[in-house]
Design a protein around this ligand. Structure first.
Ligand SMILES: Nc1ncnc2c1ncn2[C@@H]1O[C@H](COP(=O)(O)OP(=O)(O)O)[C@@H](O)[C@H]1O
Ligand SMILES: [Mg+2]
Ligand SMILES: [Zn+2]
Length: 547
């Protein structure tokens, strides 16, 4: 028997076999069971997700009188004819090549006749958005008063190009891209049935390339099999499909983040020698930096479509680089893409871009600079205070709160010095903030304006500001746990951290520091300004003349 491509061989024949379009299949099946059929249906969605398949199953199901309602038997004459495309009652028309008024007029003539051997005459018009305007108008007339024995199914990948007048006369079904995991599972089943040995990781690559289209996935698998035969290795897949090796991508992003231009040039050389398409590689590199950034911005959202080991490496690189730098690099890549599109020297553009990216990371953004200056200032202020304290009564080991801060520990040296307790606390708190500034700027910029209420050996109570955003910052469990982590790191023990919102009474609330209040009032005046502007004001001790 002649080889039949996988996509045709594996076309679903009953609603149950359609993957990833359960909402559509279920609704259509119910409609058939309850006899509530519309005259016209519109199936919209990307290519290769099951529109034509579902149209055929639907046609078979309503014309088959042997199967259960909604389930074509696939054995009767009607079913068999529809499957092999020879049915006179079910016609598939390609909208792209029959787009004119004449073809639609012809169609209107033919619908007058009763079906030859089944219940309905069914017209499936594929890529219906390709029809000309006069053709649409002619079609509209038919849709306004369709004969009872006629059903229309329109399929389109671009439903926005279908006139509203047509849309409003159709029952509409949106077909979705098929999730990669479902594609992998289906390909696995196909491979097992076809006696093909192929690693699941390889199927994952195919699914990723198919971008939600089952037909594309099956065609890619055909391509791979015809290259490597019954046993397929992951390497065969990347080679045949010209997919950029993940390792090269990770090497590239690592070289850029480390600022290693020489390495970048070597990588471009390698890419060139492998025969990869440079533009394709560039696209993959943008995707790589997008993944790095997404991993920091929305780690939980599962928006990165890569394997678990790759995910770990992405996380490692992303944390090394930081959000600021990744933003900068990704923006640069996006802006430069145009250059690559129109150049006749793609290799040269890629080289210069990558080399530039290596140095870009070192040019700090204004915001980053401000943050650093602010952190430096705080550190200096802390050092000055420490010097004073040292003058007043010996140096303290501030990293150990047991030394400078009152603790419940029996061997604590400062327990018997209640006079200095509050000061010690404040100083230790400041040290912690300095430490925090080196770890998490956002958390630091919020906490630095908060007030320390109590501190004992293993518990910390702080009070937020009244402004709604910053006071709720640590309500996010993840941020709160991060804060606990920083405390653990700094104090070398697990701390209990209680956060009170401003004005909420607390046991140790009595000792207020008036100077601090004044500073706060000043800050609140500028609270409506953007953060960067606020930083500039506080850095230079200025204030806003005009907003
Ligand atoms: N949802 C799906 N479930 C299973 N196979 C599918 C699905 N969608 C597409 N396929 C496979 O792809 C082939 C082409 O699908 P088709 O229904 O013609 O897609 P469309 O009309 O949306 O472009 C089918 O023969 C089948 O092998
Ligand atoms: Mg189709
Ligand atoms: Zn049948």
């Amino acid at each position: 028997m002649a080889y039949q491509v996988l996509a045709r061989k594996w076309r679903p024949q009953v609603f149950e076999d359609v993957i990833g379009q359960e909402h559509v299949a279920q609704t259509l099946m119910n409609a058939i069971k309850t006899g509530r059929l519309a005259h016209a249906y519109l199936f919209s969605g990307p290519r290769g997700v099951g529109k034509t398949s579902v149209a055929r199953i639907f046609a078979k199901a309503i014309n088959c009188d042997q199967g259960e309602p909604g389930v074509p038997c696939n054995r009767c004459r009607s079913c068999i004819e529809i499957t092999d495309g020879s049915s006179v009652d079910v016609q598939e028309i390609d909208g792209a090549s029959n787009r004119g008024i004449d073809e639609i007029r012809e169609l209107r003539e033919s619908i007058k006749y009763m079906p030859s051997s089944s219940k309905y005459r069914i017209y499936v018009i594929d890529e219906v958005h390709m029809l000309t305007l006069p053709a649409f108008n002619a079609l509209l007339k038919t849709l306004e008063e369709p004969p009872a024995h006629v059903k229309f199914i329109f399929a389109t990948t671009e439903s926005h190009k279908v006139p509203v007048t047509i849309l409003s006369r159709c029952q509409r079904y949106d077909f979705k891209r098929i999730p990669a995991a479902d594609i992998v599972a289906h390909l696995k089943k196909i491979a097992e049935n076809e006696g093909i040995a192929i690693p699941v990781s390889g199927l994952g690559i195919i699914a990723r390339e198919a971008e939600g289209s089952m037909r594309d996935a099956q065609s890619l698998m055909d391509q791979v099999i015809s290259f490597s035969g019954q046993t397929v290795r992951e390497k065969d897949i990347t080679d045949t499909l010209g997919i950029i090796d993940r390792d090269i991508l990770f090497e590239s992003s690592a070289a850029i983040l480390k600022g290693a231009p020489k390495r970048c040039i070597e990588i471009v050389e390698k890419i060139y020698n492998y025969g990869y398409d440079i533009k394709e590689f560039y696209r993959a590199l943008m995707q790589q930096f997008r993944n790095l950034l997404i991993c920091l911005i929305a780690p939980q959202n599962d928006l990165i479509d890569v394997s678990d080991t790759d995910k770990d490496e992405i996380k490692r690189q992303a944390e090394m680089a930081g959000k600021e730098k990744l933003h900068l690099l990704l923006n640069f890549l996006i802006n430069r893409e145009e250059d690559l599109r129109f150049t006749s020297h793609p290799r040269l553009v890629l080289e210069t871009t990558m080399v530039k990216l290596c140095t870009l990371g070192d040019v700090l953004s204004l915001e980053e600079l401000l943050k650093r200056v602010a952190a430096l200032e705080e550190r200096l202020a802390g050092a000055a205070e420490r010097a004073e304290a040292a003058d007043a009564g010996g140096a303290e080991r501030l990293r150990d709160p047991g030394a400078g801060w009152p603790s419940q520990g029996p061997k604590d040296r400062v327990v018997d010095a209640p006079h200095n307790a509050q000061e010690g606390k404040e100083k230790g708190w400041k040290e912690f903030l300095d430490f925090l500034a080196t770890r998490n700027q956002a958390a630091h910029s919020i906490l630095k304006d908060w007030r320390l209420l109590t501190f004992t050996g293993d518990s910390l109570e702080i009070e937020g500001q009244s402004e709604s955003f910053s006071s709720r910052y640590f309500e996010d469990p993840e941020r709160y746990h991060q804060l606990l982590g920083y405390c653990r790191e700094f104090f070398d023990r697990d701390m209990k951290v209680t956060i009170r919102s401003h004005g909420q009474p607390s046991p140790d609330h009595s000792k207020k520091k008036p100077e601090k209040k004044v500073v706060k009032a000043q800050e609140r005046e500028d609270a409506s300004l953007p953060k960067t502007a606020q930083d500039v004001l506080s850095l230079f001790g200025g204030h806003m003349m005009e907003k």
